[in-house]
Each structure stands twice: as structure tokens, then as C-alpha cells.
Design a protein around this ligand. Structure first.
Ligand SMILES: [Zn+2]
Ligand SMILES: [Zn+2]
Ligand SMILES: [Zn+2]
Length: 330
């Protein structure tokens, strides 16, 4: 079924970005549309697939194996046993001589004399005439069912043989030899994705800090002017420069407004560090521009990891150019 062979393998970077894509677009279920020409396609994630030019099945299967998605059988379709294509031509054959030249006919019962036979035998030119009693039949008959007749050998049978031909590779095969392949839908497990998305964002930020010569502090806590200890997700320092980073965590039930107020509170109590707040963009972050940020505080709203990395690098650059002690290495 993977005729649209993937051009790129699914790297962990792609998977990380995929998790963000799902969360930001609030996707809860990824369902297929099945067409013979394309096989199953997943419209909701199509923009993401095109961006990386990757195969839907490969991506979804990898995410399912990692426990991020729950796989369910959505449909089952007949596919070519040789090449996996869904583009098949089906034909009916006579089970005795193998001819394709068969047709189905109704079985009629003549109510007046009780004779039963297939419609072909009743036909005399345009009229229906009973072959038993010879009387023309008007409405005094019943249909018992249908039967196939072979126009080559005359055999009559209730069920014809079904044979397929693959339009893609021309392979011919019988119904019994056909692959009956499942097509899956994928349900998102949001708690799991949220945790990973946050971890991935923080990992990217750490990388950039280390790249710029920052040392990471453990545990990531700073004591404020008030004497209160504030906890962050990451704290890094380099010379006189100190950055404290927190990431909004929507999946632990935290409210965005109170999160921002909380960080704002921290930033007024902390004088010796720049505070950077990371927020993964979705519908609830639309009004975020309304919040002004303090001198020693920035909010980074990001849609993709690329955007996060770029904006974070920008912040670090700003920080180093402001600080007299900080040397900016590029
Ligand atoms: Zn084939
Ligand atoms: Zn036949
Ligand atoms: Zn009759």
C-alpha cells in the first residue's frame, strides 16, 4: 500500500515537529479517506506530510509504536498480493469453464402452472411465455431469486468465481489469493504528547544555551529579592549573564493567564536573571500580545521547533549584546 514511497526517513526531529503540529492544530483523531488511486490518505495531517515529503503510514506507525497514537482498524480493503495496489479490476467467471461471458438472470415461477425456471427460458422475442404451459405471462409470476448462466457452456450457478487483475502491475489473482489489508485510524493520546512536546522544546533550548557557552544550573532555582525561591525549567549562566526559562504546561491543567501572571511576578522579584517564558501556540494564545513584558522578561510563542530555536537564539543574542561582561560569539 506504500506506493507513495517516502523520500525521507522519519527522524526524531520530524517526529518532534509532528507532535507540535498535532497539538497546535488540536487534532484528536487522524482518519483516512480511501481511494484506489492513492491508497489511504490522511487529510488532517496532509500539510505536515507535504512539508517533509514523508509517507503517512510510516509516520503514523512510528508514532503509534512510541505510544503517542492509538491505532484502530478503520476499514479493510482488497489489495494486490504482489504490489499492494488498491487499483484492481474485478471480474466474474463461470466456475465450470472459466468464461467471463456470464450473466445473471432472475428465477421466475409461473403462478398458474407452478413452473419455475430462469428468465431466459421464458423469453420469446419481447414477450414472456411460459415454457411449460405455453401461456403468455403478464403479471402472474413471482421472482424467486437470481442465478448466473454461462453463455459459453450453459452452466447455471448461484455464485460465480471472482477474479482480480491489478491495474498497476497486471498481476491476475483469485479472491482467495487477494490480500485483505486493514486500514487504520489513529487516536491521539494528548497527555503523552503534551509531556513530550514540552520536553522536546526544553531540550532544544538547552542545546542552544550549551552551544553559546552557557552552563546549566541544577537544581534550576533562583532566590528572589524577597527571599522566595523560584523554580524554573532551565537556568543557564555564562559570565554575568543568567537566563531562567519556564515552559507553559497546558496539559497539567495550568491556566495560561495565571501562568503568565506568575512568571511576571517572578520577574519583578528576580533582578539578576533574564526570564524567558516559552509557550506553544494554539487557539488560546491568540490574545497573548496584550501582555506587556518586563525589561528582564520575554515571552516566546512558537508554532514549530524551527521558530522556537530562531526566536530563542534572537533572545540570547539580545542578552549578550546588552550585557557589558557578556561576549557574543557567533
Ligand atoms: Zn499489483
Ligand atoms: Zn461456462
Ligand atoms: Zn405455465
Amino acid at each position: 500500500m506504500s506506493r507513495t514511497a517516502s523520500i525521507v526517513d522519519i527522524s526524531s526531529t520530524i517526529l518532534d515537529d509532528f507532535i507540535l503540529f498535532i497539538l497546535q492544530n488540536k487534532i484528536d483523531k487522524i482518519e483516512p479517506i480511501v481511494s484506489p488511486a492513492t491508497g489511504p490518505i490522511y487529510p488532517k495531517i496532509q500539510p505536515f506530510l507535504s512539508k517533509y515529503r514523508i509517507d503517512a503510514i510510516k509516520l503514523l506507525e512510528k508514532a503509534a509504536k512510541m505510544g503517542l497514537l492509538k491505532r484502530e482498524v478503520y476499514d479493510k480493503v482488497i489489495t494486490c498480493p504482489k504490489c499492494g495496489s488498491l487499483r484492481l479490476i474485478a471480474r466474474l467467471h463461470c466456475p465450470r469453464c472459466g468464461s467471463k461471458n456470464i450473466e445473471s438472470a432472475r428465477i421466475l415461477v409461473h403462478e398458474l402452472c407452478g413452473y419455475a425456471g430462469i428468465e431466459l427460458d421464458f423469453k420469446k422475442e419481447e414477450e414472456l411465455v411460459c415454457p411449460n404451459c405455453g401461456r403468455p405471462i403478464d403479471e402472474d409470476y413471482q421472482v424467486l431469486g437470481e442465478l448466473f448462466s454461462c453463455l459459453d457452456c450453459g452452466h447455471r450457478f448461484p455464485v460465480p468465481d471472482v477474479k482480480f487483475e491489478c491495474a498497476e502491475c497486471k498481476e491476475g489473482f483469485e479472491a482467495q489469493k487477494a490480500r485483505y489489508a486493514p486500514i487504520y485510524s489513529y487516536e491521539i493520546i494528548p497527555e503523552k504528547l503534551g509531556v513530550i512536546a514540552k520536553r522536546v522544546a526544553l531540550r532544544n533550548v538547552k542545546e542552544i544555551l550549551v552551544e553559546h557557552g552557557y552552563k546549566l544550573e541544577e537544581p534550576p532555582v533562583i532566590t528572589g529579592i524577597s527571599g522566595i525561591t523560584h523554580r524554573f525549567d532551565i537556568i543557564g549562566h555564562k559570565g554575568d549573564n543568567k537566563v531562567a526559562i519556564s515552559h507553559f504546561d497546558a496539559f497539567s491543567g495550568e491556566n495560561l493567564q495565571s501562568h503568565i501572571l506568575n512568571v511576571l511576578g517572578k520577574s519583578t522579584d528576580i533582578r539578576d536573571a533574564k526570564i524567558i517564558d516559552l509557550i506553544s501556540a494554539d487557539a488560546s494564545t491568540d490574545g497573548l500580545r496584550l501582555f506587556s513584558t518586563g525589561e528582564n522578561q520575554s515571552i516566546i510563542v512558537y508554532k514549530t521547533l524551527e521558530e522556537l530555536r530562531e526566536k530563542f537564539r534572537e533572545e540570547i543574542k539580545k542578552l549578550e549584546s546588552l550585557s557589558p561582561g557578556g561576549s557574543s560569539r557567533e
